[in-house]
Design a binder for this molecule. Sequence first.
Ligand code: ADP
Ligand code: MG
Length: 416
Amino acid sequence: MASSSSSSNSAFRNGSSSAQRPLKPLTASNLKSSSFKSRVHPSHAPLSSFRRSYPSTLSASDDGVLGRVRVAVRLRPRNAEELAADADFADYVELQPELKRLKLRKNNWDADTYEFDDVLTEFASQKRVYEAVAKPVVESVLDGYNGTVMAYGQTGTGKTFTLGHLGEDDTSSRGIMVRAMEDILTEISLETDSVSVSYLQLYMEAVQDLLVPANNNISIVEDPKTGDVSVPGATVAEIRDQQSIVELLRLGEAHRIAANTKLNTESSRSHAILMVKRSFTGGEDALSSEIDNSSHLVKPSKPIVRKSKLVLVDLAGSERVHKSGSEGHMLEEAKSINLSLSALGKCINALAENSSHVPIRDSKLTRLLKDSFGGTARTSLIVTIGPSPRHRGETSSTILFGQRAMKVENMLKIKE
Ligand code: ADP
Ligand code: MG
């Protein structure tokens, strides 16, 4: 029973998200310099990285790589306040992880049951969550495909903990962003690969750079031929070791908080997006090294360049933003969050129903995520819920969002 035990909650009560170390003075100019480079000598990369050379063709029939969006649900452990309100919690949410089922009790007799690709209880470790939700996506990025991991849910349910927690005091609590970068850096060879990162915030339909905050109106560009989406105006930091990703995420998080304090808003009102690009040069290209029969010579193989992208998205809180009573800036903010998350919802519905029109252009969020849903992309969604029956309404709408996303086939060609 999900709600019956409190033994796992000590880390939570003690504040596993406790204050992070003070920021190092990282600036725009040293982003491109030594702090993000070369702490690990290329020879430290294991030989196994060559296993990860790209396939020379990408085919939609590759088993296990493509398919529908995978969706996991994660229940946050109870916090101190919720533990104190113990009685109210009985039986509200019941997780059956072995059956990959979640039950939401409506009353004493009746419960709605939902199935997911993974059901992660309040006892699930960050490692377990990473392995269920992100690792398959990271592996396909290492194989040359684009991948996306998104966290969706009400504010306070653990989206940022799941994706962005740095775990500097306790490495076992590190979130998906740090773990993904660690896996990528372990698997590649820095002789043949480069890994670069941009960290963005999408707020009020503007793309802002979390690494260099002055850079706050970045355009989204789509390659007319390949359909690839990019943000060429964003700061790009080359990553060569794990410590530099932690520093970069810490810098971005501080800028996110600072920007939001200045605007008198909360980070839960913006989407945070970590965009990781991997570029591979070299390796054997099977097609270019075929034997030339007339001369009996082997043609020298041409170096190949292949690129793939991993996008990790900590979405704004999905709770209904009440427009009533809001004025001016607050009203505009409420509208834009409703706009981007509802555009995402509409695209997911349209894709799930194989509709002839997917309203990708309705918001910057969906424009940025366009290549997460089409072609050869692999996408995972984690929906986060809290244990309190007080948020029954928000919890059910989060669950329904996740259920609809499970119907999205990534192989569909997006029709706009
Ligand atoms: P969100 O980003 O969805 O608003 P947070 O990630 O900030 O939510 O989580 C809210 C609080 O709950 C934070 O203090 C966070 O550290 C804590 N928390 C969330 N999930 C967990 C978890 N699985 N284990 C321990 N603490 C958690
Ligand atoms: Mg958050």
